[in-house]
Design a protein around this ligand. Structure first.
Ligand SMILES: [Cu+2]
Length: 278
């Protein structure tokens, strides 16, 4: 199959969306009669303006498929497939059969989508969005643009497990907050193969909304939470003590493949809560 043919099929491909919180009770009859609106799409870290309508609508999201060579790690580049622009929280990915659905996801064709409950989410000081995903490459040497390996995908043996598209991206650009901040973190797991065990070393999640359901009562005081491949989670917590917290998939050897990020919290020491040993 020629590259141009597969690219054309890809460009015409379906987008399947696993939405975090389908919050409006929309009946099929209402949707078919509803107004059609073009979605406002932006690039991270921007988000579109809040919606003000109170009735259901058919939302058209225009995404264009792109290929580009970018950094997969400090040592290697990779030819990513993706959409531009894309934004939001949850999991959105291609489901096009050519060359194969897994190949689209393994090359980077996914993003997040967030549907807020009616009335919106409670205000917090900081919101973050982290996407975990795996890449499957053939071996290469430093400086190479690595090639995709279908065989390694089949073996479910990723060469890279990354947050936000590149090994160590959130180490180079840590998330930041101040002591006392309330934080909401959306965690999307694009897979394509592995379930994530999301954990922040040094922190406890005050509330976790498993599998991204924002209208189900949250679990409280969790250490680690499971995020399925093709799924998401949301956690809220308050950072009480300054320090560098480490965001990981607690399938912990994946740190060596790139799945590690930092959350740096600045502010006065809180010895009543935590004191390091001298
Ligand atoms: Cu695709």
């Amino acid at each position: 199959m020629s590259i141009s043919f597969s690219r054309n099929v890809r460009n015409a491909g379906l987008i399947s969306a696993l939405v975090m919180a389908p919050c409006l009770a929309i009946t099929p009859g209402l949707v078919s009669a509803a107004e059609t609106i073009k979605a406002v799409v932006t690039t991270a870290p921007n988000v579109p303006p809040p919606i003000t309508r109170t009735a259901p609508a058919n939302i058209v999201v225009e995404l264009e498929a792109h290929e580009w060579v970018g950094n997969l790690s400090d040592d290697n580049k990779y030819k990513f497939w993706g959409f531009g622009p894309a934004g939001g929280t949850g999991t959105v990915h291609c489901a096009t059969a050519s060359p194969s659905i897994p190949e689209h996801i393994a090359n980077g064709m996914y993003g997040g989508i967030l549907v807020e409950p009616v009335g919106g989410l409670k205000k917090v000081d900081k919101e973050f969005y982290v996407v975990q995903s795996e890449f499957y490459t053939k071996p290469g040497k430093k400086g190479d643009t690595l090639e995709f390996s279908f065989d390694n995908g089949l073996a479910e043996s990723p060469s890279h497990v990354v947050f936000n598209g590149m090994a160590g991206a959130l180490v180079k650009n840590p998330l930041t907050a101040k002591v006392g901040d309330t934080i909401r973190m959306f965690y999307v797991n694009a897979g394509p193969n592995h379930v994530a065990s999301w954990h922040i070393i040094g922190e406890i999640f005050d509330r976790v909304y498993p599998e991204g359901s924002l209208i189900t009562p949250p679990l409280q005081n969790l250490q680690t939470t499971v995020v399925p491949a093709g799924g998401s989670s949301m956690a809220e917590f308050k950072v009480e003590v300054p320090g560098t917290y480490i965001n990981v998939d607690h399938s912990i050897f994946r740190i060596a493949k790139g799945a590690v990020g930092l959350l740096k919290v600045e502010g006065p020491e809180q010895p009543d809560i935590y004191k390091g040993l001298k």
